[in-house]
Design a protein around this ligand. Structure first.
Ligand code: MD3
Ligand code: FE
Length: 197
């Protein structure tokens, strides 16, 4: 795991924010339902060749948005080039950014402890970009019951999950309201860029 704190300038954060707004206009955010019928405490959408969806049939990647039934919005060049740059920092020079999951947390948003294993290929790194309010992020080990550490994720931080850490259990425990003025209406945005295949 690499936590690059405050690596994205304010201007770059604003540029990425604007890109996510345009993506959400064409591929609206939705609140996924888990296979058990519960709703996630987070709004999501995606861009790129694939998008992550969850419903009573399970978690998976699809090529169409579940509500609009259209293809996901293409991934902006800035987002794919940033992801390739960060992947090369962990020696992944043939990284193909195929999807960017956009999670929006209101001030009461959370994400329970989970493993990211919906991808067909579990080897390529995951690049995470945090924007807006601070989050208390939890990360443990390969087993659900492993000890977890708390990490503060702040606007402009980039987190790189690669190698062993790629399959660590993790979640979002709490959003700290009004800790950033980047998003006009508060809350937190997280972008995770992945190679799925
Ligand atoms: C640690 N998102 O979308 S990003 C997710 O802040 C997700 O929205 C959180 O977990 C968020 O699946 C955390 C940082 C992150 C992403 C993937 C990981 C941390 C990870 C995979 C393995 C270990
Ligand atoms: Fe995750």
């Amino acid at each position: 795991m690499i936590h690059a704190k405050g690596i994205l300038s304010r201007d770059l954060q604003l540029e990425i924010l604007e890109l996510t707004r345009n993506i959400a206009l064409r591929s609206p955010t939705f609140i996924p339902t888990t296979p058990n019928g519960n709703k996630l405490n987070c709004e999501m959408t995606s861009c790129g060749k694939y998008g992550w969806v969850s419903d009573r049939f399970g978690y998976r990647y699809t090529e169409i948005h579940p509500q609009t039934k259209e293809k996901w919005t293409e991934m902006p060049e800035l987002i794919s080039s940033l992801a390739k740059t960060f992947a090369s920092m962990v020696d992944e020079y043939d990284y193909v950014p195929e999807t960017c999951l956009i999670n929006y947390y209101k001030k009461t948003g959370k994400l329970g402890l989970h493993q990211d294993n919906s991808e067909f290929n579990l080897k390529p790194a995951i690049i995470s970009i945090s924007l807006g309010d601070d989050a208390t992020f939890l990360v443990g080990g390969n087993k659900r019951n492993d000890v977890v550490q708390e990490i503060l994720l702040r606007s402009g931080d980039v987190f790189i999950l690669y190698g062993e850490s790629r399959l660590y259990f993790h979640g979002i425990k709490k959003i700290a309201p009004n800790t950033s003025d980047l998003l006009k209406n508060g809350g937190r945005l997280n972008l995770t860029i992945r190679q799925v295949k």
